[in-house]
Design a protein around this ligand. Structure first.
Ligand SMILES: [Zn+2]
Length: 898
């Protein structure tokens, strides 16, 4: 049983990515099955015991490994990252390779047979109560061929139904990987309990937007199974039986109900109720509300859920919680993430049904989430109390989702102070990443990618803040939706096929993995990670498909709304058909929108901030009409059915500079649409300063004109910072790295951007302030030594993959900055090939190439390929438009309107 390497691969993640908590870390770095003999628990303990005290993240790993005593019966390793005061910063499990222990197999088989017959009986009863979904009207129209969110919704349905596994209860494959030939999908513990409910909520929204009837049968089977998994206690459980990947996060010997998954399912049931009106959804919803209350702990004016680390985070095992569970402490991820959806669902439930107990429960959970431990920014100016202003650090999506939950509660409870807290938190969140285009980091730490969930939450939050009456963020929404949100949706089969074809071969191992039509089935899904120009390591984690598609809905719903009395408001100038009017948008080709009125008496149109107001011209039919502004809205009154309003204004193209993690990009916009950008070379203090080569944060410098296979490289560096030497460097994604970091010396063979495991880690305890590194590569033998003149550590590694001649350079990843000196490359006979003491004048960079650490490779899906948008004439297209008046997720109405 391979219990050792998950810990080791997590070490790799910490070393190279600065503690990235990507759920993908373990799976990325896995060795092929059977390729590496597992270390024994004793070996791991011995190796980890030497790690230095100051390395907080690694200390966390050690403590966790000791606490769990590496139980040989448990194939899982849970990694808890602690700070130096022993506070839990973040905890997650190895998502790799949990398997049911062989000894338990017979019992499992018996349990599976009984379970299957029970569930099928329940399914038959439930299906009888399903109703025919509503249908709207299709009609043909010639419209500008510009961004149409209804098209995106139709594509999302393809993935929301395609990524399900019909052989295993329509559980979604949580991960899809396109950097493999053939591409494959795989299951994870969090699929059914936490993420199927997100798909369940998205589906009625996408149907309503697009009228697509694709895979209605699959959707129905999934919904039937979902309800059948709800137990008599009201909660929705992921069953132990029939889920061989039940253990891949935390060990679970029982069915478990994830509290967040139950919250998300409650939201899904309400969406279905709003869509087809079937009372069945509300009945099951009531059960979830009761069930969640039963498993919550009430403490004064607060309520919380404990986390027994069973199955998924914050899950309730069917047999009950273990005794004496402590209060949760993980304010960086666990508390905000897992409580967020419950608060949002309870508040919405209270709004829909008038259930005041549910609202009180939401209030107590909200009080818990308001704790300062959840709102702890990395740094704050004196005089600013971040905990009272929604400032945060850690997992971005978790905190923004928590803000969404708090806002939903504040709206239903009319809590103005809490609304202001959420607005402040939103505006703080907007400081991260490149907010103008909706690029928000997975974590607030450096070295992050944009998780589609982050963009999705920001879209939802920005819209809801307007609905709550504490801001007008439609301009933000326009930028988020037109750019990163739609760019992270995978829509090009040809690109996915191309990158899969240039990827390493992969043989899928069923039932956990499948390679069955993976591109076809996942088209329309949302990529897990977005960089500036690419979707790196192109993959999907399907939380992003659930949340991303819902953001499409919120934006689409926000394009035009009607108040029930003939007054329609247009907030976003995007194509949309509706029962009240049709909007044709010529943006960003032309500054022009055409509104074809059906039923509105009054139409208000928000004009984007970049438009010069005095240049706006409106016509109704052929009649020029004077501008009547209310705020940012142009208002047209006394309209008749059939009126056509044409609004024209000059298109504005702007160029702006924006810096992300020290790198400055030049962005070219037409209106709010990013049509192209260029990235400047690193402008962040990288370079030759005061006789040293300085690499602050993440940086790589390659010596110009050097190409060698075998060499000896020496360099001086500071002992308190990472110091790496790159050899056989092909590009930013392929090289051999010899590195002093994390309290020792070791190697990485970086292939296609994948760092793989720590290789041959040898601790270097107590090395001093000034260090000297020597690495020698001779064929497949590599030796790295670090010394401070007194203490010395040496590691040897046999190179398996990086064999070609290539460049030589210096590498650094994490603060504090490294200052290299006396760099020398020699051949194996000792003859100097390249030498630099860095004594030239500052900024004399001519001998060095400072390379992008995120260079895209052949295995990245390119995004922002938008040159065509710079034309001044919108192409037209004949398309089928769909209309159904059935809002889901509208702002809370006043009680007398209900
Ligand atoms: Zn996600």
């Amino acid at each position: 049983m391979n219990l050792a390497w998950p810990l080791v691969t997590m070490l790799a993640g910490v070393g190279l990515f600065g503690g990235s908590d990507s759920l993908d870390g373990a799976a990325e770095a896995r060795p092929p099955a059977g390729a590496i003999a597992p270390w024994s628990p004793d070996t791991i303990r011995a190796r980890l015991a030497h790690l230095p005290e100051q390395t907080a993240t690694l200390k966390g790993l050690v403590e966790q490994a000791r606490a769990r005593q590496l139980d040989p019966a448990c194939p899982l390793a849970t990694v808890t990252v602690l700070d130096n005061d022993e506070n839990e910063v973040f905890s997650f499990g190895s998502l790799a390779f949990g398997q049911v222990a062989a000894s338990g197999q017979e019992a499992m088989d018996a349990r599976l047979a009984t379970w299957k017959s029970e569930i099928e009986k329940k399914e038959q009863a439930i299906e009888k109560r399903f109703v025919t979904p509503p249908t709207g009207k299709f009609y043909e129209a010639i419209v500008p061929d510009t961004l149409d969110l209804a098209d995106r919704a139709a594509l999302a349905i393809n993935c929301l139904t395609g990524a399900l596994d019909p052989d295993y209860g329509y559980e979604l494959y949580f991960v899809a990987r396109f950097n493999a030939d053939p591409p494959y999908m795989h299951h994870e513990a969090s699929g059914l309990p936490t993420n199927n409910p997100k798909f369940a909520e998205s589906l009625p929204m996408m149907r309503l937007m697009s009228g697509s009837t694709q895979n209605l049968d699959i959707e129905r089977r999934m919904m039937v199974r979902t309800l059948a998994l709800i137990a008599d206690d009201g909660l929705y459980y992921a069953p132990l039986a029939g889920r061989p990947w039940h253990h891949t996060w935390h060990r679970a010997d029982d069915d478990f109900a994830n509290v967040y998954g139950n919250g998300r399912l409650l939201l899904a049931l309400m969406a279905w109720f709003q869509y087809d009106g079937n009372p069945l959804w509300q009945e099951y919803g009531q059960g979830i509300v009761h069930g969640l209350r039963r498993v919550a702990q009430f403490q004064g004016d607060r309520a919380y859920f404990p986390d027994p680390h069973i199955g998924e985070s914050f899950s309730y095992p069917r047999s009950g919680y273990p005794a004496n569970l402590p209060e949760p402490t993980d304010g960086g991820f666990g508390i905000p993430m897992y409580f967020a959806g419950v608060i949002r669902a309870l508040a919405k439930w209270a709004d829909m049904t008038g259930d005041q107990d549910a609202l009180d429960f939401a209030r107590r959970l909200a009080n818990y989430v308001r704790q300062p431990r959840v709102w702890t920014p990395g740094a704050e100016l004196a005089g600013v109390t971040g905990a009272e202003r929604g400032h945060f650090s850690g997992h971005f999506h978790a905190h923004v989702a928590a803000l969404r939950g708090l806002l939903e509660y504040a709206m239903v409870a009319d809590d103005a102070e809490l609304k202001a807290f959420v607005r402040s938190g939103y505006e703080y969140a907007r400081n991260f990443g490149l907010s103008r285009i909706g690029w928000f980091p997975e974590n607030t730490a450096t070295g992050q990618y944009c998780e589609a969930c982050c963009t999705a939450d920001m879209v939802a939050l920005a819209i809801k803040l307007g609905d709550a009456g504490v801001g007008d963020y439609w301009e933000d929404v326009d930028g988020y939706v037109r750019n990163q949100l739609v760019e992270q949706q995978l829509i090009r089969t040809d690109l996915l096929e191309k990158l899969a074809a240039s990827s390493p071969p992969h043989r899928a191992t069923p039932p956990r993995e499948t390679d069955d039509r993976v591109i076809e089935r996942n088209l329309g899904g949302f990529a897990g990670h977005g960089d500036i120009a690419t979707l790196p390591n192109t993959w999907i984690m399907h939380c992003c498909t659930g949340n991303g598609s819902q953001a499409l809905y919120y934006a689409w719903d926000g394009v035009v709304r009607e108040n029930g009395q003939g007054s329609a408001q247009i907030h976003l100038l995007l194509n949309r058909a509706s029962p009240w009017l049709d909007l044709d948008s010529y943006l960003p080709y032309e500054g022009k929108v055409v509104i074809k009125n059906r039923a509105a008496k009054r139409i208000s149109v928000r004009i984007p901030a970049w438009v010069a107001r005095r240049e706006v011209r409106s016509r109704i039919g052929s009649r020029l009409v004077p501008a009547d502004w209310i705020g940012n809205y142009l208002v047209y009154d006394n309209l008749k059915s059939g009126d056509t309003i044409e609004i024209k204004f000059p298109m504005v193209e702007t160029t702006t500079k924006a810096t992300l993690e020290g790198k400055t990009h030049t962005l070219r916009f037409r209106g709010n649409t990013l049509v192209g950008f260029s990235s400047q070379p690193a402008e962040r203090g990288v370079g030759i300063r005061d006789g040293k080569l300085v690499l602050p944060g993440s940086g790589r410098a390659v010596a110009e004109g050097v190409t060698v296979t075998d060499a000896q490289v020496t360099v001086d560096a500071k002992g308190n910072a990472e110091a790496g030497i790159m050899l056989r460097w092909q590009d930013s994604r392929n090289f051999l790295l010899a590195i002093y970091a994390n309290g020792g010396v070791y190697f990485h063979e970086i292939a296609d951007g994948n760092p793989g495991a720590f290789l041959d880690f040898v601790p270097a305890p107590g090395v001093g302030e000034n260090i000297h590194l020597v690495v020698q590569v001779d064929g497949s033998e590599a030796v790295l030594t670090v010394t401070d003149g007194t203490k010395t550590a040496t590691t040897k590694h046999t190179i398996t993959g990086i064999n070609k001649a290539g460049g030589v350079g210096l590498f650094h990843n994490k603060e504090p900055a490294q200052m290299f000196d006396n760099f020398r490359v020699a051949d194996l006979q000792g003859n100097t090939i390249f030498e630099d003491q860095f004594n030239e004048s500052d900024d004399a960079r001519s001998r060095w190439k400072f390379v992008d650490d995120r260079g895209s490779g052949p295995n990245d899906y390119p995004i922002y390929q938008r040159d065509h948008l710079r034309s001044n004439k919108a192409p037209m297209v004949n398309k089928s438009r769909y209309v159904l008046d059935r809002p889901i997720e509208r702002p809370s109405r006043k009680k007398d309107e209900r």
